[in-house]
Design a protein around this ligand. Structure first.
Ligand SMILES: *[C@@H]1O[C@H](CO)[C@@H](O)[C@H](O)[C@H]1NC(C)=O
Ligand SMILES: *[C@@H]1O[C@H](CO)[C@@H](O)[C@H](O)[C@H]1NC(C)=O
Ligand SMILES: *[C@@H]1O[C@H](CO)[C@@H](O)[C@H](O)[C@H]1NC(C)=O
Ligand SMILES: *[C@@H]1O[C@H](CO)[C@@H](O)[C@H](O)[C@H]1NC(C)=O
Ligand SMILES: *[C@@H]1O[C@H](CO)[C@@H](O)[C@H](O)[C@H]1NC(C)=O
Ligand SMILES: *[C@@H]1O[C@H](CO)[C@@H](O)[C@H](O)[C@H]1NC(C)=O
Ligand SMILES: *[C@@H]1O[C@H](CO)[C@@H](O)[C@H](O)[C@H]1NC(C)=O
Ligand SMILES: *[C@@H]1O[C@H](CO)[C@@H](O)[C@H](O)[C@H]1NC(C)=O
Ligand SMILES: *[C@@H]1O[C@H](CO)[C@@H](O)[C@H](O)[C@H]1NC(C)=O
Ligand SMILES: *[C@@H]1O[C@H](CO)[C@@H](O)[C@H](O)[C@H]1NC(C)=O
Length: 539
């Protein structure tokens, strides 16, 4: 029997069969990959049949695929070479699947007595997942400004797309980050992109029920910043020592790294880079005024520029080489005056203080200061002005000082002689003369108006004689002032004992000792006698 000739009959049967309502095929759909093969299985085990007929319906047209009978399998024209039907169980095996193989497959099992059982199942021929590619709208974005559109496109059918960062899925928030799914693509849109949106490379995963494929990773460069610009140290000392190891540095989060420029009181400096050294500042030859420094960070890609807070300080030179100048001539109390002036070889002096022998000098009647305190005029000089004058030059960085020794010549003032007015013969006599004087006075002595050889402050007589009685005049002479002062001391030499007022010291001491010894002896005797008394005499 010519199978082909019965095709219209079979088609009719298939139509009837469909109404019989018995499904000998499992529930679909069955999915298979384009170009691969698929076997449509029946639910009957070794059916007894006259014909098994497989038809394909692509949605608009039905086509006969193959018919199996005991004599053989007849495969319809377009399927020859790619279709077999197992005569034992009726399975339909399709190879080299085409997109046109999509659709409903139906089976009719017709027995010898004309009973027909039918079934149908849907076959989806899936195009394999391939060429998953991310196409970005841009590869370099500017934070906040750019809208980034990433399109992931793939070939395949029944595709689902997922956007991944590492293993984490990117989730759309529906506002800034949106996802739009289409049959063959997914579009990820990020508006006002942030550096945190895609910190690591992103991949797109396209899947269908049978296969999946990832795109190559895509990295988005997001340019950002400069953010807050910081300057270190944020609070430098108000005054900096000139030539010291100091620098300002500027930093700001930025991608690409920011470029820095520096401003002094809003004026651009010829310094670039994140560090402004004190050396560079000093080359600008600023005076000692306190000035502001700010740094400005600029990102060439984002075109943004941000300024740091201002820091301010003054650069000060260390005071050194302090020197006091004063009079070099001989100074006389009451007549001379002195102008002490103090200055430093280098450094800016902010205040001057004066001390005399460690005590602060204040402005009193004879002492007056120049307005800047750098010089002090003492007029007229007095003996109180003798001493060491120190001037202290101070600025916020250091203090330097220098001293001047002031010698004011004066005197001698009234001379004085210390010594006994009367001595006994043969005793030693020391007369000491003194008179306040700068320089120290030279002394000469006159006895009874006659010059002696003694030229020291002390006049000594080893053992007084009666002839030493008389007037001793001490003359104090200051060779610088040319002044002289005198004092006359009267000495009288008396006979031995003449000056005793009662007993001499030695005699008193002797008497005291004698009394003590006598007292001791008496006590000893008393104890001796008391020991004897209680003992009865044997006689
Ligand atoms: C169904 O198959 C016929 C013949 O092969 C074809 O002309 C038609 O376009 C197909 N329809 C669909 C929806 O594929
Ligand atoms: C047909 O199916 C039977 C039973 O399932 C099996 O034993 C046999 O090998 C199949 N024949 C072919 C040609 O695949
Ligand atoms: C794609 O995603 C699916 C499900 O999320 C996963 O099973 C599959 O392994 C992924 N494919 C690749 C190539 O990573
Ligand atoms: C300056 O100071 C820095 C850090 O305080 C130090 O690393 C550097 O060696 C110093 N330079 C000099 C010349 O002392
Ligand atoms: C320095 O900065 C402070 C605060 O930023 C400002 O008040 C002051 O006027 C500035 N001084 C100069 C000289 O620019
Ligand atoms: C970013 O946006 C701001 C305001 O929206 C604009 O002023 C600026 O020029 C933009 N920057 C870039 C690099 O497009
Ligand atoms: C004081 O100085 C003046 C001039 O400097 C001089 O003429 C006078 O003699 C001096 N007087 C004394 C007491 O030294
Ligand atoms: C003291 O000396 C200084 C420096 O030589 C000078 O500037 C100043 O005018 C002098 N003062 C007086 C009162 O002469
Ligand atoms: C005064 O005494 C000093 C030493 O004390 C001496 O050098 C000087 O020559 C003396 N002058 C006179 C005028 O005697
Ligand atoms: C010194 O003068 C005193 C009294 O004027 C007199 O008593 C004495 O004898 C005189 N001595 C000599 C050695 O001249």
């Amino acid at each position: 029997m010519d199978v082909l000739s019965v095709t219209p009959l079979l088609l009719l049967l298939s139509f009837l069969g469909c109404c019989a309502g018995q499904n000998v095929l499992p529930d679909g759909p069955v999915e298979a990959i384009l170009g691969k093969s698929v076997t449509l299985k029946t639910l009957v085990d070794k059916p007894v049949y006259f014909f098994i007929i497989w038809n394909h319906n692509n949605g608009s047209e039905q086509t006969h695929v193959a018919t199996a009978s005991h004599t053989g399998v007849k495969v319809n024209d377009p399927y020859i070479g790619r279709v077999t039907v197992n005569q034992t169980n009726g399975y339909l095996h399709l190879e080299g699947l085409l997109a046109s193989d999509n659709g409903d497959y139906s089976i009719q099992i017709v027995t010898d007595d004309g009973t027909t059982t039918t079934g149908d199942i849907h076959l989806r021929v899936l195009e394999p997942v391939s060429t998953v590619v991310i196409t970005p709208s841009l590869t370099e974005a500017t934070e906040h400004n750019s809208t980034v559109v990433l399109i992931c496109a793939a070939k395949g059918s029944y595709l689902k797309f997922a956007w991944l960062m590492g293993t984490k899925a990117i989730v759309a928030d529906g506002k800034r980050i949106t996802l739009k799914e289409e049959k063959l693509s997914s579009t990820l849109t990020i508006s006002g992109v942030l550096r945190t949106d895609l910190p690591t490379p992103v991949t797109c995963n396209a899947t269908n029920n049978l296969e999946s494929q990832n795109s190559a990773p895509f990295s988005l460069i997001v340019h950002y910043g400069p953010d807050e610009v910081s300057i270190t140290p944020p609070n430098p000392p108000k005054f900096l020592r000139s030539k010291s190891n100091f620098s300002l540095s500027c930093a700001s989060p930025s991608s690409p790294p920011a470029t820095f420029s520096w401003y002094q009181n809003q004026q651009l400096l010829d310094v670039t880079g994140p560090v402004l050294t004190l050396e560079a500042i000093e080359k600008l030859k600023l005076d000692s005024a306190v000035v502001n420094f700010t740094c400005r960070a600029k990102n060439a890609k984002t075109q943004r520029a941000v300024s740091s807070p201002a820091v301010s300080f003054a650069v000060m030179e260390v005071i050194s080489g302090a020197e006091v100048s004063g009079p070099t001539s001989v100074l006389l109390a009451g007549n001379s005056s002195a102008n002490l002036s103090c200055k430093a070889a280098s450094g800016q002096v902010q205040s001057v203080r004066w001390e005399q022998d460690g005590v602060a000098v204040s402005s009193v009647a004879r002492r007056s200061f120049s307005p800047d305190m750098s010089s002090m005029l003492i007029s007229p000089l007095q003996k109180e002005d003798n001493g060491e004058f120190t001037c202290m030059l101070t600025n916020p960085i250091n203090t330097d000082s220098a001293s001047y020794r002031m010698v004011v010549n004066y005197g001698p003032e009234a001379a004085q002689v210390i010594g006994d007015p009367a001595v006994e013969v043969d005793t030693k006599v020391v007369l000491t003369c003194s008179a306040a004087s700068v320089p120290p006075a030279n002394f000469t002595w006159k006895f009874n108006g006659t010059k002696t050889d003694v030229k020291t402050a002390q006049y000594q007589i080893e053992a007084a004689r009666y002839k030493n009685t008389g007037m001793y005049m001490c003359e104090a002479h200051n060779p610088v002032t040319g002044k002289t002062s005198t004092h006359t001391h009267t000495l009288s030499v008396k006979e031995e004992g003449a000056l005793d007022e009662g007993l001499s010291d030695g005699a008193i001491a002797g008497i005291v000792i004698a009394v003590l010894i006598a007292l001791g002896a008496a006590i000893a005797l008393l104890f001796f006698c008391r020991q004897k008394v209680p003992v009865e005499s044997p006689y």
